[in-house]
Design a protein around this ligand. Sequence first.
Ligand SMILES: Nc1ncnc2c1ncn2[C@@H]1O[C@H](COP(=O)(O)OP(=O)(O)OP(=O)(O)O)[C@@H](O)[C@H]1O
Length: 225
Amino acid sequence: MIELENVGYSYGGGELLSDVSVRLSPGSFHFLTGPSGAGKTTLMKLCYGALQPTTGRVRAFDADMAGLDRDQMALLRRRVGVVHQDCRFLDHLPLTDNIALPLIVSGHDKEQQRQNLDDLMNWVGLSQRAEALPPELSGGERQRAALARAVILSPDVVLADEPTGNIDWEMSQRLLQLLIELNKMGKTVLVASHDLALIRAAKSQVQARVLRIANRQLHLAGADL
Ligand SMILES: Nc1ncnc2c1ncn2[C@@H]1O[C@H](COP(=O)(O)OP(=O)(O)OP(=O)(O)O)[C@@H](O)[C@H]1O
């Protein structure tokens, strides 16, 4: 589904990723871990075409991303839902409008928008918060809203960057359950996380592979995690 082949990524500060190869096959669940600054966000950006590799190639849905034109890239982006580390809401718009933005931008009609939105708000447990402004939300509510926005176009792949970064254990568990549910629906899921306790909790519930970035390279973590 998404495949990195011998990918390297360098910027002015030097080489961040070197010879990274990984395949996120359809329906798989992966965690991505590693120290702060190791390149987890960068690797995710390479997966959805926000960054281009310096060497190697990234394939998504059987196409080499380097060969995609703007329209093809826009289509690809719809198939990959991203939960950004900082959530990125428009603070002056109610939550429901923030979550609906991808639907509006992609031209879904009003009735379809309303139905999808109601279902999704219910699924993430935010129906009562539809009219709240983003700054009024708790950390856990923000993360669930960001997840709802990421999946509103029914993507095949969900990439979540530290989705439980600033929330307590109970709320992290709730978010994890949503990610597991998405995976059980057949979606490919990649979650970047520092939280080893969360990863261990997940591994008892879902078949997940744990990838670790260390010294610019990607390693498959063993059972000792
Ligand atoms: N194009 C770029 N220009 C400048 N710096 C970059 C660029 N790409 C990555 N970096 C730097 O590389 C490092 C890795 O960033 P990245 O956000 O991918 O790490 P991370 O593992 O997600 O970190 P964290 O766990 O703290 O979120 C950071 O220090 C970042 O500033």
